[in-house]
Design a protein around this ligand. Structure first.
Ligand code: UDX
Length: 457
């Protein structure tokens, strides 16, 4: 591939996409306004934790395929394509703030000297691509030194943190949306060495595919969480329920992991933004509002379960394993552990915690936690173990030792990832999410089957 590409924004998406494209053979210039970040990247230091990224970043830099700059003219002139991968933070009302995307567009219009394809990878409300087109053109119109033209493409990113490099290199699909066929073809060619379907659509449709995909995955999670709550009430095991449902290929097992709900930089933000987008357009989303509601309630429910299960004593202390929103990341954005720990503290319970890599970030967002250097330090003398993140390290612990460390052999497994039966056999009181054993006495009384039918209003 002999294409010259600039990437605007060296955050998560920009850094992974730029590095992977350089690895695939494109000439990539990564532009960021943050001088410190760019200086670090030039030294090969990556500001995020992402397995596998370092392995391809250094060779890409050494081969000359990957360069970094804070100079916009240097970044944006002479490129065949410019990828916008800047942040689109959530506003207080849940809507998506596109100011950085529009400033990037303005910068493009102020700097390009030849025809360029502008490829947007930032997650943006439907219709933003057209605003980008207008913004670039209004900046171009103010100049008399160029006849350059642009076409705009939406090329949404489906990377998951922790497996982003693999997701980029082996995607299920690539979506390219534009009103201009040759701009679509140009963008599709960037991925031509990958073995996956490429779907070409209109600009707005591609923008919608990103939101709809994330919202659907979030829906699967809230759906199974709701089912898990019913399982708890009627004595069924949600892990096996998900297994049984997932064997139907129309449903499939992925994203049917019940637990303390979704966090991270995408699902919470994108579901709220889609509700907002729909609302602005005059449609009230019923399903998505419930998806968001169930996700919040799931955290509260887990905290309530811990408080109501532990004895009513003063000076209760619990040890948390994992705080990141999922394994293989140090990202604490919207991590369920934040709310749950704060809820426990509000009930007077003291919390110590250990996470293999997220503690530095966690300190900024979780108050008054006793941060430990190891699982043992977090758990020794505690009234219960609480698992928030299913790091391999925690699955591999010797639970005989864990039992010795703890003051009380009680486990609250927020991800249903520990071997329930073995732990019960070892003498632990094990509480998962939706495993049907929490209220066994009541369930075995069959009372709920014989409840009087409710009077209709
Ligand atoms: C997600 C999408 O998967 C990705 O395609 C998109 O580009 C960005 O958003 P990410 O946020 O990195 O990626 O993580 P993901 O692995 O999807 O998990 C998101 C959250 O859902 C995590 O908190 C995870 O613990 C939770 N989750 C996931 C569940 O609670 N149950 C599941 O079965 C799966």
């Amino acid at each position: 591939m002999d294409k010259k590409i600039a990437v605007m924004g060296s955050g998560y998406v920009g850094l992974v996409a730029g590095t992977c494209l350089a690895d695939l053979g494109a000439q990539v210039t990564l532009f960021d306004v943050d001088e410190e970040k760019v200086a670090q990247l030039r030294r090969g230091k990556i500001p995020i934790y992402e397995p596998g990224l370092e392995d391809i970043l250094s060779p890409a830099v050494e081969s000359g395929n990957l360069n970094f700059t804070t100079n916009e003219a240097e970044a944006l002139t002479g490129q065949d394509g410019i990828i916008i991968a800047v942040g689109t933070p959530k506003r207080a009302d849940g809507s998506c703030d596109i100011q950085y995307v529009l400033s990037a567009a303005e910068m493009i219009g102020a700097n390009i000297e030849s025809d360029t394809v502008v490829i947007n990878k930032s997650t943006v409300p439907v219709g933003t691509g057209e605003l980008v087109y207008k913004q670039v053109n209004s900046a171009l119109e103010e100049r008399s030194d160029t006849e350059a033209k642009v076409e705009v493409v939406s090329n949404p990113e489906f990377l998951r943190e922790g497996s982003a490099v693999g997701d980029f290199m082996e995607p299920d699909r690539v979506i390219v949306g534009s009103e201009d066929g040759s701009a679509c073809d140009f963008t599709a060619e960037l991925y031509s060495s990958l073995d996956c379907p490429v779907l070409k659509t209109g600009l707005r449709t591609a923008e919608m595919i990103k939101y709809a995909s994330n919202a659907f995955l979030a829906t699967k999670i809230s759906f199974i969480n709701e089912i898990s709550n019913v399982c708890e009430m009627v004595g069924a095991d949600v892990v096996e329920v998900a297994e049984g449902m997932g064997l139907d290929h129309r449903i499939n097992r992925d994203f049917l992991g019940a637990g303390i709900g979704y966090g991270g930089s995408c699902f919470p933000k994108d579901t709220e933004a889609l509700v907002e987008i729909a609302g602005q357009a005059g449609y009230q989303s019923q399903i998505l509002n419930s998806v968001i509601g169930v996700n919040h309630a799931q955290r509260k429910r887990f905290a309530r379960k811990i408080v109501s299960t532990l004895p009513e004593e003063e000076d209760l202390q619990v040890g948390a394993l994992g705080v990141a929103f999922k394994p293989e990341t140090d990202d604490m954005r919207e991590a369920p552990s934040i709310d749950i720990i704060h809820d426990l503290q509000a009930e007077g319970i003291e919390v110590s915690a250990y996470d293999p890599i997220a503690m530095e970030n966690a300190r900024q967002v979780i108050r008054d936690v006793d941060w430990a250097e190891s699982p043992e330090e977090a758990l020794r003398g505690m009234d219960a173990l609480i698992l928030f993140t299913e790091w391999d390290e925690f699955l591999e612990l010797d639970y005989k030792k864990v039992k010795e460390w703890l003051k009380r052999p009680v486990i609250f497994d927020g991800r249903n990832c520990l071997p329930m039966e073995e732990l019960i056999e070892m003498g632990f009181d094990y509480y998962g999410v939706g495993r049907g054993i929490d209220r066994l006495d009541e369930i075995l009384s069959y009372r709920y089957l014989f409840a009087e039918p409710k009077e209709k209003d």
